[in-house]
Design a binder for this molecule. Structure first.
Ligand SMILES: [Zn+2]
Length: 402
């Protein structure tokens, strides 16, 4: 049994995926990070002339960066990136090390721009990968072979040291994005023990495909069999709503005003100086401390995203980690059916004259709303049944008249 540990330079792979896509002739090509490690292990087995079962993939490590202090317009872009790293951990059990890149309030550059202007902070990713490679190598029994998914030449010294510790190094890279040091057939730099594995040769094997699967719809509006076919991949532990139910939600939102909670305080605070629109009240619902963002449960059962940069001066980051903490904020972006809203100027809630807002209240209100919706639905179907009955009756009476 040979232990292989995977070390992926996530920033590099992310930047170079469009290059792979181009090679494949498919601009929409996406890597399935759930499949990638197994494909690499299989290819390594082939290089070693061993059955794939002899290769034991002990861990997948990914090193990458995330923008901080970026322009507000890039919130969606950065949130997608955060989600991506979260999926790697939650769904595929990657170990991730993510480093902040300070954009000093500026826009997040497009991928091509990043290739040209690599910010100095990106170096953190290289150094983190090299450090991890070496520190694992120094612990007996962790791995026999380090499989590195990289392209930059910066890793040359690290690979050399790992090999001096008696470990073997395998490199997976991308044609056109691989430093010549790794490609030299004579391996004058003494960096590797195998031929370079080119990702471009196996694209179809780790392509992210929207395969139809059966998932249970959790919507309270769902009619009929809850198990439906979908190409959507719901995240672990998150509810799934089928297309029909999503459409129903959208329809309902369009026709009826937003449900107003019964516990809304009568007095609404004046808009804060730097905020936009009326002050909202909510409570801290979820905080991802190590990633410096979280969600506020608003009064109308809507969630609002916020990050560390959206906190007012009176609200330190440590304090925000208290779940259920009451906060005031203004809306930066309205929520829609698919995405939480975004909050700005998040601050400690001012004392309200009427009805304190707390967890019990929120739960009671949610329950009351659910009941009301159920009753409305039941009333609607009763009405429909009545209509059908009346229609049949009039049809029958019409027949009688004949
Ligand atoms: Zn449904």
């Amino acid at each position: 049994m040979i232990k292989v540990m995977l070390f992926i330079d996530g920033s590099w792979l992310y930047r170079n995926t469009p290059k792979l896509a181009k090679r494949y002739g498919r601009s929409d090509y996406r890597i399935d990070y759930g499949k990638l490690p197994a494909v690499l292990a299989e290819e390594l087995a082939i290089l070693m002339n061993l059955p794939a079962t002899e290769i034991h993939l002990v861990r997948s490590n990914l090193f990458a960066s995330i923008p901080v202090n970026y322009h507000a317009d890039d919130e969606d872009l950065v949130e997608k990136q955060r989600d991506f790293y979260e999926i790697l951990r939650e769904e595929y059990h990657y170990e991730t090390e993510i480093y902040d890149i300070n954009f000093s309030g500026g826009p997040v550059k497009s991928q091509e721009d990043v290739v040209r202007v690599i910010r100095p902070e990106e170096k953190c990713v290289d150094v983190a990968l090299a450090s991890s490679l070496l520190s694992y190598a120094a612990i007996p029994g962790t791995y026999d072979i380090a499989m590195a998914v990289i392209g930059d030449r910066d890793y040359v010294p690290a690979f050399r040291h790992v090999r001096q510790l008696g470990k073997r190094v395998a490199i997976a890279s991308i044609q056109g994005s691989c430093a010549k040091e790794y490609l030299d057939p004579a391996d004058k730099e003494r960096v590797r023990d195998f031929d370079v594995i080119f990702l471009g040769n196996y694209l179809n094997r780790f392509e992210f495909k929207y395969e139809p699967r059966q998932v249970r719809c959790e919507s309270e509006f769902h009619i009929g069999n809850r198990t439906v076919w979908t190409t959507y991949r719901p995240r672990k532990g998150r509810p799934f709503f089928c297309d029909e139910c999503m459409a129903k939600y959208t329809e309902q939102r369009k026709d009826t005003p937003r449900p107003v909670s019964t516990y809304r305080p009568a007095e609404v605070g004046a808009p804060a100086a730097q905020g936009q629109g009326p002050t909202q009240t909510g409570m801290i619902k979820r905080v991802l401390a190590e990633k410096f963002y979280g969600f506020i449960a608003g009064e109308n059962n809507q969630d609002y995203y916020f990050n560390k940069n959206n906190l007012a001066e009176d609200l330190p980051w440590d304090r925000v980690q208290e779940l259920g903490l009451k906060v005031d904020f203004e809306i930066y972006r309205e929520p829609n059916d698919y995405q939480a809203g975004a909050a700005m100027n998040v601050r400690l809630a001012q004392k309200r004259v009427v009805a304190p807002f707390d967890v019990e209240d929120e739960l009671a209100a949610m329950e009351a709303e659910r009941k009301a919706r159920e009753e409305a639905e039941a009333a609607l179907s009763a009405q429909e049944a009545q209509d059908v009955l009346e229609a049949r009756e009039s049809a029958e009476s019409g027949l009688d008249a004949d």
